[in-house]
Ligand binder design. Structure first.
Ligand SMILES: Nc1ncnc2c1ncn2[C@@H]1O[C@H](COP(=O)(O)OP(=O)(O)OP(=O)(O)O)[C@@H](O)[C@H]1O
Length: 785
């Protein structure tokens, strides 16, 4: 037996020993969890039997409350024990199959003898409860594995740097307790292992990458100094992957204080939520909260307006012919996405402190309770040093009092008698019970004499009828944000006075007309939504969330500076991790980032911001990266990972029939070759619909729309802008002709679509291909006509 075989055998023996111990611990814990679960069920069932309930005297009341408290404590202690044991069990179940993936031998400076450290997805201690048989990949010492090479090495601990010599770095792939792969490695973590991982077919879920995290990704994962971490990374460089491992790292490092529901990820679309949802559970962690910015906007003002979303905006721009509408739309998006507009709105609010507020009068049954004029006098009668939002709160309280007075007077109105008479028996009974309940609280109210009865019923009827008005006032709906926003967009003099005229586009007037027209129809253009919400919050108060401690924004290049300011404002206690790629800024507003990260750096200021660049691309084969990066200015800085495949294929078709029949044959061939997760990427949703209808009888296609909740396997037909962040074994671009992609502004969209391919990229073109392909030298693809 040679040395290598001996080593392998020795390591397998250790795996057997560790998995044996894990299995034994798992068995014990399973029994314990069962017992605790039983306890919890019993405790919940018998909860009230164990509490001595007696309200006879104040002493008895005290005793009852103590007994109740004690019983609740016992229950919550058992529930907590159950939760903790279940979490440990979850990790043991993962460890028993694959206890670790790495080993380092390290001798600390000044210490005798080397320490052998094995890394896995969770720590596991020997029966002595002292010796680590497995170290968590997030433990300080584990960073040696990701960052260091054999030789002199150091790692950071909370009490300072520890240096020494690393003698060995070894990688394993262990499946079901058996070592499948094992080799020693240098600086980078296993090109070999990475080759294996990356050459696999994709499926509909993102995978954890803990075993093969690269050094620069590790810097993203473990960075916890800066308030704002910006990760600019090429397509496929592992931004999303690093972000998710970073969440796991933070949950581990701050486990006493940080919970998964204090971390929020903004995803590019609802489908993406499901795509990444298995990564953290795979690591034995709870999922963080996930949402999309659109979902947040809907939650805030979706009841008032029919909100245009970014995808509809994109769709209408992509479909529009060049002309006045598109020019105005582009100008409107650019301006309203900028911080210039944000400043304008802020100054507009300052202006409103002095004059110009608009209120909606308070009415009931068509009668005026408080007129706008009276409200204005009241509002501007408050001390001008009181903040505007506070003045509105004062107004709200005053209006509620006015309403209460109105209600009192109203009880004698004839319509109230009519209502009492038509109260049906059920309602009457309800009223009677309600009044009886109050009776016991306030002894003097009785239901005995007729007058009393009438007066109590009148009170109830009026209150019931006025409920919507009360709710309306409480929600501060009397502040007429819509009219004020409209005024800002149409009153040029006002606009100039608050904007200082900075950056005012030539199309300003047309922009206003377009927005107002939409608002009249009850809609709000996407570019107006955040500014509108911002104005509303400046007036009524921001809905601040102080619970969230970490906000992750994936595909940050798709956010406008205005939106980022807004996110910063509503999460004042959060740190931010922003991950993006300027080359994939596909939306019209993203040009306002100006092709640089400046606005992102300014968000929290340079001192509080750190930028990490990821330039190596892991998703696609070298040939695909070579091709796609040639389309982008500066693309030469994108480094492909050395995984080889076929050159991208560019197929020219001279008729739609030919195009369709070639695609059908191609998809079938790709499927036969084992590429199951394929996509036909179209430019727009409209084109997707057309392609789906044309090919659905030939191929088992799945249509993806902006509302599709989860990422499905199979051959998808998907619009380019929805393919963000996800990947496929093979990508077929439906029509990359000059006619289809005629504008320079569509370069990033096209690039994003092509970079979704892992193993095969096939581009079809009905006629001459677009300029983006012409920019690529011909030796980088195979042309077929
Ligand atoms: N260290 C790694 N080990 C194994 N796989 C990796 C590693 N880094 C990235 N990958 C793989 O590369 C692919 C792309 O990763 P990911 O989606 O995180 O990149 P991204 O930068 O967010 O891409 P994009 O911006 O194009 O959406 C994924 O399949 C991911 O699993």
């Amino acid at each position: 037996m040679d040395l290598k075989d001996q080593d392998w055998q020795h390591e397998q023996q250790r795996v057997d020993s560790v998995t044996g111990k894990v299995a034994a611990r798992k068995g014990t814990l399973e029994a314990e969890v069962g017992l605790v679960r039983g306890d919890v069920v019993e405790l919940r069932k018998d909860f009230w039997d164990e509490v001595r309930v007696n309200f006879s005297s104040s002493d008895d009341l005290g005793e009852t409350s103590t007994s109740l408290r004690q019983q609740s404590q016992v229950l919550s202690e058992r529930e907590h024990a159950h939760l903790q044991a279940s979490e440990t069990l979850k990790k043991l179940k993962l460890l028993v199959k694959s206890p670790y993936f790495g080993r380092i031998d390290f001798t600390e400076e000044g210490q005798e003898g080397k320490e052998t450290i094995y890394l896995g997805i969770a720590s596991f201690l020997d029966d002595d409860q002292e010796t680590f048989l497995v170290y968590d990949w997030r433990a300080p010492v584990s960073s040696l594995y990701y960052d260091g090479a054999p030789g002199a090495a150091a790692y950071q601990t909370p009490s300072g740097e520890i240096s020494g010599m690393m003698e060995l770095k070894r990688q394993f792939v262990i499946r079901d307790g058996k070592i499948k792969v094992m080799f020693d490695t240098g600086v980078t973590i296993g090109d070999e292992l990475l080759q294996q991982v990356l050459s696999h077919s994709s499926d509909n879920q993102m995978k954890s990458i803990v075993a093969t995290i690269q050094k620069e990704q590790n810097a993203v994962i473990r960075n916890d100094k800066s308030r704002m971490l910006v990760v600019q990374g090429a397509a496929g460089s592992g931004k999303t992957s690093a972000a998710l491992q970073r969440v796991a790292y933070l949950l581990y490092k701050y486990r006493g204080t940080l919970k998964a529901d204090q971390v929020l990820l903004f995803s590019p679309n609802p489908m993406f939520n499901s795509y990444v949802s298995t990564v953290l559970p795979e690591l034995g962690e709870e999922n963080m909260l996930q949402t999309t910015f659109q979902a947040y906007l809907e939650h805030r003002i979706g009841r008032e307006f029919d909100l245009e979303d970014v995808f509809s905006q994109m769709e209408s721009i992509l479909k529009a012919e060049e002309g006045p509408w598109l020019t105005v739309k582009r100008a409107s998006i650019a301006y309203k996405s900028s911080t210039l507009f944000l400043e304008t709105i802020r100054r507009f609010k300052d202006h409103l402190e002095q004059s110009g507020m608009k209120f909606k009068p308070i009415r009931f049954k068509g009668r005026l309770i408080v007129s706008e004029q009276v409200m204005l006098e009241k509002f501007y009668g408050y001390d001008s040093s009181v903040r505007l939002a506070n003045r509105i709160e004062l107004m709200r309280d005053w209006l509620l009092k006015e309403l209460a007075q109105f209600a009192k007077n109203e009880r004698k109105a004839p319509w109230v008698d009519e209502q009492i008479e038509v109260l049906d028996p059920d309602e009457y009974q309800k009223a009677y019970t309600r009044i009886r309940r109050k009776q016991s609280a306030k002894k003097k109210e009785t239901f005995d004499d007729f007058d009393r009865e009438r007066s109590l019923l009148a009170k109830m009827v009026v209150n019931e009828w006025l409920k919507p008005v009360r709710k309306w006032i409480k929600r501060m709906r009397f502040v007429d944000v819509k009219t004020m926003y409209e005024e800002l967009l149409t009153d040029k003099q006002l606009f100039l006075s608050v904007s200082g005229g900075h950056g005012l586009p030539d199309e300003w007037e047309e922009m206003g007309i377009e927005s107002i027209q939409m608002m009249k129809e009850g809609k709000l253009a996407y570019e107006d939504v955040t500014p509108y919400l911002y104005l509303q919050d400046l007036l009524k108060g921001f809905q601040i969330n102080s619970v969230i401690r970490h906000v992750f924004i994936d595909e940050v290049q798709d956010y406008s500076p205005f939106q980022l300011e807004y996110v910063k404002r509503i999460f004042p206690r959060a740190r931010m991790t922003a991950l993006g790629d300027l080359n994939q800024g596909i939306y019209a507003h993203t040009d306002v980032l100006g092709g640089s990260l400046e606005s992102l750096k300014q968000l929290y200021g340079a001192d509080e911001t750190e930028v990490i660049s990821l330039t190596r691309s892991y998703r696609s084969t070298l040939e695909i990266v070579d091709f796609t990066s040639s389309m982008m200015p500066g693309g030469e800085s994108i480094m492909p990972f050395n995984r080889y495949g076929e050159k991208p294929l560019v197929c020219l078709a001279n008729s739609r029939e030919k195009l369709h029949s070639s695609i059908v044959k191609d998809i079938r061939r790709l499927n036969e070759q084992g590429y199951e997760h394929t996509a036909i990427i179209c430019k727009t949703a409209e084109e997707c619909e057309y392609v789906y209808q044309a090919l659905k009888d030939e191929l088992p296609l799945k249509r993806i729309a902006k509302t599709t909740p989860s990422f499905v396997t199979g051959t998808l037909v998907i619009p380019s802008y929805l393919a963000k962040g996800v990947e496929f074994d093979a990508v077929v671009i439906y029509d990359a002709s000059q006619e289809a992609y005629s504008r320079e502004s569509e370069r990033k969209l096209f690039y994003t679509a092509c970079t979704r391919a892992m193993h095969q990229l096939h581009i079809y073109s009905l006629g001459a291909p677009c300029r983006f392909i012409e920019d690529v030298s011909e030796d980088k693809y195979t042309l077929q006509s």
